[in-house]
Write a protein that binds this ligand. Structure first.
Ligand SMILES: Nc1ncnc2c1ncn2[C@@H]1O[C@H](COP(=O)(O)OP(=O)(O)OP(=O)(O)O)[C@@H](O)[C@H]1O
Ligand SMILES: [K+]
Ligand SMILES: [Mg+2]
Length: 720
């Protein structure tokens, strides 16, 4: 198969890959602004008022498991007031603490986001905007009116000069400038923003450092990126995810069942002559219901979102973070993600009989208006190799530039001369230029195909250069574009494979180059000569097969695919259309970040699973403490169940309730940090977690309750 055969958009199986060198290396963590997962006692203390505020029944009802504990707290307090016993007071005190600890977990998780919001608010200073009355490209006279930034509406055009703050989100439609985005990204290196590129998106609150920009505003007042980001980290817009809802429904059902069990116990107990006090029944209920996971569930979700913020990724919903944990297919761009992306022209290779200078010149003029890295590198190479300067005004006749597009895969120029004749030059993907030549009745020499194939087989990108004028149409030669596979990427794909995730490289490049790079990088599959529509179709196909798909993108033509993907990560440098379409934004605009996002999502799901297991298993030991305590009087045989040898019946109940409360606080750091996580298959993870959190959760309370019984309880009078 030749490169020149216009085969489009088919998924090719990656060639047989040699077994990769396994190893955990190569998973570089992202930079972090704050050390994640640290829980200082100070934070517990400062979150206490919020935890107490959350005791309002209206708030508590949203967490049925803990609401039941609160109702229990009220009942035991009433009982303590009426019957005045130390036992009742101690139990009611610890029940209230249980609820406060649970609220504390959530408050601490929310508090960490709030600190971030404070620093973001600083970026949202009230600024003014220079609203342009009427703006045309290339107009140098900027008539404007100064208005408060808060009055800007979508489609308004504003002028921003060096040193000024960009007054709203938008797309650059005029000028090129360096912008300081540190207020939002925490990254001090300035970035370049330019009109009509995939780096045209600017964010309100960032500062123009050099030159001037004309920005077309896209955001409504109060709904800017910064506003949304603040709401997000503050948790104001947080909604329960479908998984969380399912889990809380399960926890609620369990709670209802146990309430019924405990209500049913009393008649049976009194029949056996072992009638139980309200306090003991409430204590039994609280140990039976899954309080630990009920207390930590929302903190786990908030912390997952937070871990992404630490990595400079903003998830627009908790659902997106969860989806990231369930992703089974990753679509990765070749250029910029798998390779370095500053693909450069490395050589001009003229066909036999073509003057090398003529090829260089043709390549140069066809790239004059081409602002892509590829286009600029062609102009640079022409200067380097042949000393070609930019042509003077008029040397190109009346020139019309044809910009590069992912659809045509070509760029070039049409030059109309005084005598009415036209010279057209095109450079682009081999198949596209070949098509352009044959359409006009020309032929593509075998030499061109051979040269292009050789470049592609080595992982390079061949660009054919062709020229049409009054004398006919001909291919002049090939430009060799070089790009390099990022080191360490192979190991990361191996990690992903271990987790059961399939990686698919998507590229606009030809199948041969794609195959060479795919083999070198170790992806599972690739899609070559892909247009944005092909990408969208691939996502749909994967989803129909039951896969959850994640991708990154920045261009406007990526927007439909970003919207379709289950996890669509838009680059912050990208166009606002892309940012609107995706459900996450990477402030660092690093396409490789997708790999970390998937890891964070996985860790969130694993943490929730591990702590749910722990919580449910954990309650078993408490039955062993409480059931014998309740019935040993009536059925002496039950004393055999008192395997912990607890001090007394009352001490057993109190110890179980204290342990039940304390374990919540003890697990807050784990809920916030996430459980330790190494890339491995789902089955391996399950085995490991069952061992650690299942077996551990079973044994720990026996030890803990015994210790509490031995120490604290003995010193409380009235429990002996
Ligand atoms: N500036 C350009 N001028 C002419 N042709 C180009 C230019 N840039 C790329 N091409 C050709 O068009 C093809 C498609 O480019 P496109 O940018 O759509 O995808 P890509 O950059 O190769 O891959 P990816 O999707 O990973 O970014 C390239 O493989 C190359 O042959
Ligand atoms: K419990
Ligand atoms: Mg590209």
């Amino acid at each position: 198969m030749s490169l020149l055969s216009p085969k489009k958009g088919a998924v090719h199986d990656a060639p047989q890959l040699p077994p990769h060198a396994a190893g955990p290396g190569g998973r570089g963590g992202g930079h972090r602004r704050v050390a994640a997962g640290l829980l200082e006692p100070r934070m517990l203390l400062s979150s206490l008022p919020e935890a107490l505020r959350k005791l309002r029944p209206r708030t508590m009802v949203k967490n049925p498991v803990l609401f039941v504990v609160e109702v229990g707290g009220v009942l035991t307090t009433l009982s303590a007031v009426m019957h005045a016993s130390v036992f009742a007071w101690v139990i009611s005190g610890w029940l209230w603490l249980t609820v406060v600890f649970a609220n504390l977990a959530e408050a601490v998780a929310e508090g960490r986001g709030r600190a971030q919001a404070v620093s973001l608010r600083r970026a949202r200073t009230d600024t003014t905007a220079r609203l342009l009355k009427l703006w045309r490209p290339y107009q140098q006279d900027f008539h404007h009116e100064v208005i408060p930034a808060s009055e800007l509406r979508p489609l308004d055009c504003v002028l921003v000069e060096a040193g000024e703050i960009i007054p709203g989100d938008g797309d650059v439609i005029g000028g090129v400038a360096s912008v300081d985005e540190s207020a939002i990204t925490g990254e001090s290196a300035p970035v370049i923003r330019a009109a009509a590129s995939d780096h045209s998106g600017v964010t309100g609150g960032t500062r123009v450092l050099s030159d001037r920009l004309v920005v077309r505003i896209t955001s409504r007042p109060g709904q800017t990126f910064l506003d949304r980001m603040i709401a997000l980290v503050e948790g104001a817009t947080r909604q329960k995810t479908p998984n969380e809802i399912a889990l809380s429904m399960l926890l609620t059902s369990l709670t209802i069942i146990f309430v019924m069990v405990v209500v049913a116990i009393q008649p049976m107990a009194s029949y056996a002559g072992a009638e139980q006090s309200t306090v003991v029944l409430v204590a039994l209920l609280v140990t039976l219901i899954p309080t630990t996971i009920g207390a930590l569930l929302s903190a786990i979700g908030i912390a997952g979102m937070d871990r992404l913020v630490q990595r400079n990724v903003l998830a627009m919903s908790g659902r997106a973070v969860e989806a990231a944990g369930d992703v089974s297919t990753l679509l990765l761009d070749k250029t910029g993600t798998i390779t370095f992306g500053n693909r450069r022209a490395a050589a001009f290779l003229p066909l036999p009989g073509v003057d090398p200078l003529q090829l260089a010149q043709a390549a140069q003029v066809s790239s004059l208006a081409d602002e892509t890295p590829e286009g600029r590198s062609v102009v640079r190479l022409a200067k380097q190799e042949y000393g070609l300067d930019l042509p003077s005004e008029g040397a190109l006749g009346q020139a019309t530039f044809v910009p590069f597009s992912a659809q045509t895969r070509m760029s070039g120029v049409d030059m109309r001369w005084q005598d009415g004749t036209v010279t057209r030059v095109r450079k682009g993907a081999a198949a596209s230029v070949a098509g352009w030549v044959t359409q006009s009745g020309g032929t593509v020499p075998d030499d061109a195909a051979r040269t292009a194939d050789a470049i592609a087989a080595a992982g390079g990108t061949p660009l054919l250069v062709a020229l049409e004028d009054a004398y006919g149409i001909a291919v002049l030669g090939v430009v060799h574009l070089k790009d390099v596979v990022k080191p360490g990427i192979r190991e990361r794909f191996a990690d992903l494979r271990r987790m059961g995730i399939r990686t698919v490289m998507v590229t606009g490049d030809n199948p041969r180059t794609a195959a060479a790079i795919a083999a070198e990088a170790g992806v599972d599959d690739f899609l070559a000569e892909a247009t944005p529509e092909d990408k969208l179709a691939l996502i749909r196909r994967e989803q129909e097969g039951g896969q959850l798909v994640a991708m990154t993108g920045d261009g406007t033509n990526d927007a439909p695919a970003l919207a379709q993907a289950d996890v669509g990560v838009a680059m912050n440098t990208g166009t606002s259309a892309a940012k609107e379409a995706g459900n996450m934004v990477d402030l660092d605009s690093n396409p490789t970040k997708l790999l970390e996002i998937v890891e964070v999502g996985k860790q969130l799901l694993i943490t929730r699973g591990a702590l749910t297991t722990f919580s449910i298993v954990n309650d078993v030991a408490k039955y062993f403490a409480i059931i014998p305590a309740m019935f040993a009087g009536a059925y002496p045989g039950l004393a055999a169940l008192n395997i912990m040898g607890l001090h007394s019946a009352r001490s057993a109940v109190v110890s179980a309730i204290i342990f039940n409360a304390v374990i919540i606080v003890a697990l807050i750091p784990l809920a916030l940090r996430g459980v330790r996580y190494t890339p491995s298959s789902a089955a391996d993870l399950l085995r490991r977690n069952l061992l650690v959190y299942g077996a551990g959760g079973l044994v720990l309370p026996f030890v803990g309750i015994k210790l509490i019984d031995l120490t604290v309880v003995q010193f409380i009078p009235g429990l002996g």
